[in-house]
Design a protein around this ligand. Structure first.
Ligand code: PLP
Length: 388
């Protein structure tokens, strides 16, 4: 969960710095009024450094980051983009906005994309694959990349929940052709609303940077109003306000991730002797951000009973089981291009995912250890499981 738990005077000082120096809230220009302060540009450079990459582009949201990444790939209308059946609706929405058709594939016990399911789904129509590190646990990226490379399809990592995590030491988001991040208010670091993209290919970075800014190439040889362009685009520019908050939050990212991992470990330890539940599997070498703690109950009614009991005890769950309709493609009949792709049978198209998700419980994780004490969670889960 939460950058918002640690928001405070550092973020405020960054904002104050803008207002003490002319109050320019736009990332470009107004050079005579801003005392050389460019918060978004500074945030992009700091974020790229933190992820060990050459370039990062800040945008208005994680959804926008996905949309811009698809624009950089020049994904063609009518082509197919593959994503996991378990993700937030935003991943599919970005594909639809790009005019492409979302194709969802089953997850496995990691709750992330199942590599054999990806392999089966790739066709001549496939223009990109988006893997998601759901709730901060790394997807099986090396296996997914091998499949994508073999079929010559680019892989985007939706790292909305994985910012600050890694796999075998390599940051999540930096494995694929591009990685996208969300800084909305529920994510590991937050700018209120916001997002970023990192690139492994400089040509993608250049196209994305122009496309997110109406096609502006920010040619240093001419003033902005005479700027050069190669294509049209859209406006997904981050404001200086978000950039400023991002600079302060980025300083806190590793402490937030460590705090989440510690809270996760304490709850997992407390639950470890309940033999009827199974912890979510993690791939080898995973350093998860531990945004939530996920386990599988013996059956769907036990999962619901655990949730109800946790709420009665003053706690609760996160996404699973209660918000599954926002996160599981079987429920997205409101997306016609997706539903048509599955002949209107979305509800029964992902039986393997359904089997896992219907029994899954996700506990919210605090970076500062707030919420129900681990012993209390253990007591509640134990009682709920043994009564169903
Ligand atoms: C939050 C989220 C997004 C969208 O990010 P916003 O900044 O809220 O637009 C995309 N994908 C996943 C998996 C998310 O959890």
């Amino acid at each position: 969960m939460p950058g918002y738990e640690v928001i405070g005077s550092e973020e405020f000082a960054q904002l104050q710095h803008i207002f003490d120096n002319g109050g320019v809230l736009f990332r470009h220009g107004f050079d005579d009024r801003r005392n050389d302060i460019y918060k978004v540009a500074e945030f992009e450079a700091a974020f790229a450094r933190s992820q060990g990459v050459h370039d990062a582009l800040a945008v208005t949201s994680g959804t926008a980051a996905l949309r811009v990444a698809l624009a950089a790939l020049d994904v063609k209308p009518g082509s197919e983009v593959i994503l996991p059946a378990f993700t937030f609706v935003a991943t599919a929405e970005a594909v639809i906005e790009a005019g492409a058709v979302p194709v969802c594939v089953d997850i496995d016990e990691t709750l992330n994309m199942h590599p054999p399911a990806l392999e089966r789904a790739i066709t001549e129509q496939t223009s990109a694959v988006i893997a998601v590190h759901m709730l901060g646990c790394p997807a099986r990226i090396p296996e997914l990349l091998t499949i994508c490379d073999e079929k010559n399809v680019p892989l985007i990592e939706d790292t909305a929940w994985g910012c600050g995590g890694n796999l075998g030491g390599r940051p999540l988001g930096t494995w694929g052709r591009m990685g996208t991040y969300s800084f909305d208010f529920a994510k590991t670091m937050t700018t209120g609303e916001g997002g970023a993209i990192v690139f492994s290919d400089q040509a993608d970075a250049d196209v994305a940077r122009a496309w997110h800014d109406h096609g502006h190439q920010n040619n240093p040889k001419v003033p902005r109003w005479e700027d050069t362009r190669k294509s049209s685009g859209f406006n997904y520019r981050m404001t200086e306000l978000q950039g400023a908050v991002g600079l302060a939050q980025l300083e806190k990212l590793s402490a937030v991730v460590e705090g989440q991992r510690e809270s996760h470990r304490r709850i997992a330890d407390a639950l470890s002797d309940i033999s009827d539940i199974r912890m979510r599997k993690e791939p080898e070498g995973a350093f998860s951000t531990c945004d939530a703690l996920v386990f599988q109950a013996p059956n769907p009614s036990a999962a619901k009973s655990i949730r109800d009991s946790l709420i009665r005890a003053g706690g609760g769950t996160k996404i699973l089981p209660e918000a599954v309709t926002w996160h599981f493609a079987a429920h997205w009949s409101h997306m016609p291009s997706l539903a048509n792709r599955y002949n209107g049978n979305l509800r029964s198209s992902f039986p393997a995912s359904e089997e896992i998700l219907s029994r899954s419980v996700a506990l919210p994780i605090s970076a500062v250890g707030s919420g129900l004490p681990p012993e209390k969670i253990r007591e509640v889960v134990m009682a709920a499981v043994s009564s169903t």
